[in-house]
Design a protein. Structure first.
Length: 184
């Protein structure tokens, strides 16, 4: 009896995943054989918890659902954590590169929304970013765009990380925006 309840709990966990996933691209390839054509499918999926973790994966199979399943599993294994400012935007402007793909990502004020192209938008939505301005330069291949985006996001550092690396306090790292007084 307890074993059956345990299986049911596991099944409930699988049905209510903690991660959201987004199918970015499906590529159909064909192989011509003696009897006709054999089709295969490649899927590109982005997975994230919408709280600062994101990953992507690709899967290949003879059927679309199987390719998507494989891609989702790979994406869950390749998750990266990205520090977010106020849980809605980036801490600083970043540039990411992969192959011929180059992307520029800039932090934005509240209410801006996600201004980005298709594959980059999927990464930002799964990451939980709400305000960001991004531009893709170079390759339009969705695989390279996503890899360049993830590369840039890996390079982002929060004030806490910089302070820890330099052995200082967070207050010393943050910019002082108040104007200088005449006494100084």
């Amino acid at each position: 009896m307890a074993e059956r309840d345990n299986r049911r709990d596991r099944r409930d966990r699988d049905e209510n995943p903690e991660f959201a996933d987004r199918l970015v691209a499906i590529n159909r390839v064909s192989k011509t054989v003696k009897g006709g054509k054999r089709f295969g499918f490649a899927a590109l999926v982005v997975v994230g918890d919408q709280k600062g973790r994101v990953g992507f994966g690709k899967g290949k199979a003879k059927e679309v659902p199987e390719a998507v399943r494989k891609a989702t599993e790979q994406a869950k294994r390749s998750m990266v954590r990205v520090p977010l400012r106020d849980g809605r935007t980036l801490h600083h402007d970043i540039e990411g590169r992969h192959g011929a793909g180059k992307v520029i990502m800039r932090s934005a004020v509240a209410g801006t929304g996600i201004i980005a192209g298709g594959p980059m938008r999927a990464v930002f939505e799964m990451l939980g970013l709400q305000d960001v301005v991004a531009k893709s330069l170079g390759s339009q291949n969705p695989y390279n765009m996503i890899r360049a985006t993830i590369d840039g996001l890996k390079r982002e550092s929060s004030p806490r990380m910089v302070a820890q690396r330099r052995g200082k306090k967070v207050a010393d790292i943050l910019r002082k925006d108040e104007p200088q007084t005449a006494e100084a």
